[in-house]
Write a protein that binds this ligand. Structure first.
Ligand code: AMP
Ligand code: GLY
Length: 423
């Protein structure tokens, strides 16, 4: 069968790599893709947000599965656009409809959803510009540090955690005043949870949950988890504290009620659910939901998944996911992301990348690169994700760093402490 994959980052390169291994695949198209994805399929210049163009391409190229990498097309209703068209209803879209994508697109929705379905999460309230004063009063009832979240999509930048009450009040004013544009029209203020974070990933056909390997990412730009938040500077899987006891709690208290809650609210959810968790003394709390896979988490999750991914996607379409059991490698996977100097702030791009030919045989996923007259250039904040698999986390990470030593471009930066953790 023919498959269309939407997106252009490291996550999509990892998806392309995994999809290309399927015996069910005839042809893979990636829109728009990147120089890495073109090894596994044909990159096509198509905007994932232009739903009419995507639908037309799907018809003219007999595509039967569309895999949506990033959240924006989902939140904007790409699945609904397919479901609303007689000619496209039979196409399997991996990714929820707009109602389901609210789990990520509206923190106000997702917090209320968790409350409705008794899913453990931080205590919270939501505020709008009209209730700014109530918001400030609510802050006075909380203890430092304060967690403020723009409810809408804010490109991963919408969470601010001020240390003092004065800063928190100021931040609330700025957020409700438009600091994050429309995403901050509603602001969620929630209790700070102290613990260790991890992420779990579920693929669902709306009925049953197929649990993927868990992962932990490193969000901050600086070593020792300092500095600004980024999209993710590295990740690893498995995560030691996600043992059987913890994962059983995650399943019974979080995954099952999430799926049951979606069903009870009439939301037929077909796709990935990424659940960001905080373990507080061994008890899991939901920090956030995403309606898609993580980046760079996908780069460590998929190398440990031994199932045929396209078979799973087909099962999502048919509603037969129940018949598939996860086959997970006992190996450890790690990925180290190399970024442009200046990221996550402004950064220059277009620098030639040399030395990649010396790391052949390793998994190097392209995140922000482009090719110009045969030369590979930096083209984004996150440039490449060096992924390795090994008998232990340490051995996997050591291989990633060895590969990184072979490459060079102006302004190259990466964290040297990926995989080192604080528990
Ligand atoms: P989010 O975008 O919701 O994942 O939040 C970004 C980061 O902020 C998370 O990865 C956590 O490190 C931190 N964070 C968010 N909510 C909380 C909370 N309630 N307590 C402590 N840390 C939080
Ligand atoms: N690495 C975090 C995310 O994909 O949202």
């Amino acid at each position: 069968m023919n498959i269309l994959l939407l997106g252009s980052g490291g996550r999509e390169h990892a998806f392309a790599w995994k999809i290309a291994q399927s015996k069910l695949l005839t042809k893979l198209f990636i829109a728009p893709g990147n120089p890495g994805t073109s090894t596994f399929g044909e990159n096509i210049s198509l905007n994932p947000l232009d739903f009419e163009a995507v639908k037309q391409f799907v018809s003219s190229h007999s595509v039967s599965i569309v895999v949506v990498g990033p959240e924006e097309p989902l939140v904007k209703g790409i699945s609904d656009a397919f479901a609303a068209s007689d000619a496209h209803r039979s196409v399997t879209v991996i990714g929820p409809n707009a109602a389901g994508a609210q789990l990520e697109g509206s923190k106000d929705f997702s917090k209320a959803f968790m409350l409705r379905h008794n899913i453990p999460t931080a205590r919270y309230q939501s505020f709008t510009p009209a209730t700014l004063d109530e918001g400030k009063a609510f802050l006075h009832t909380m203890e430092a540090p304060y967690v403020l979240k723009a409810s809408g999509l804010a490109a991963g930048k919408g969470v601010v955690i001020p240390e003092t009450l004065e800063e928190a009040e100021q931040e609330l004013e700025e957020m409700l005043g438009g600091k994050f544009g429309d995403a901050g029209n509603v602001v969620v203020i929630e209790e700070f949870l102290k613990g260790v974070e991890c992420s779990v990933f579920v693929l669902t056909d709306g009925e049953s949950a197929f649990l993927l390997p868990e992962a932990k990412d490193h969000k901050r730009i600086g070593e020792g988890n300092t500095g600004l938040n980024t999209g993710g500077m590295g990740a690893f899987s498995p995560v030691p504290f996600c043992d059987e006891v913890f994962m059983e709690k995650v399943k019974s208290r979080i995954i099952d009620p999430t799926l049951q809650g979606l069903k009870a609210e009439g939301i037929i959810y077909k796709g990935f659910i990424f659940i960001g968790l905080m373990s507080v003394n061994g008890e899991p709390f939901v920090i956030e939901y995403n309606c898609r896979m993580g980046d760079p988490e996908t780069e460590v999750v998929l190398p440990r998944l031994e199932n045929d991914l396209v078979e799973l996607f087909e099962a999502v379409g048919n509603g037969t996911l129940y018949y598939h059991q996860p086959i997970i490698s006992a190996q450890h996977a790690a990925t180290v992301v190399v970024v442009s100097g200046g990221y996550p702030g402004d950064y220059p791009k277009g620098f030639p990348i040399s030395g990649l030919d010396r790391v052949e045989g390793e998994l190097v996923f392209h995140a922000g690169t482009k090719e110009n007259e045969g030369v590979l250039l930096t083209n984004g904040g996150r440039v490449l994700a060096f992924t390795s698999v090994g008998e232990s986390r340490e051995s996997a990470i050591a291989r990633s760093y060895k590969s990184i030593n072979e490459i060079c471009y102006e302004g190259i930066y990466y964290r040297k402490d990926i995989g080192k953790v604080d528990w």
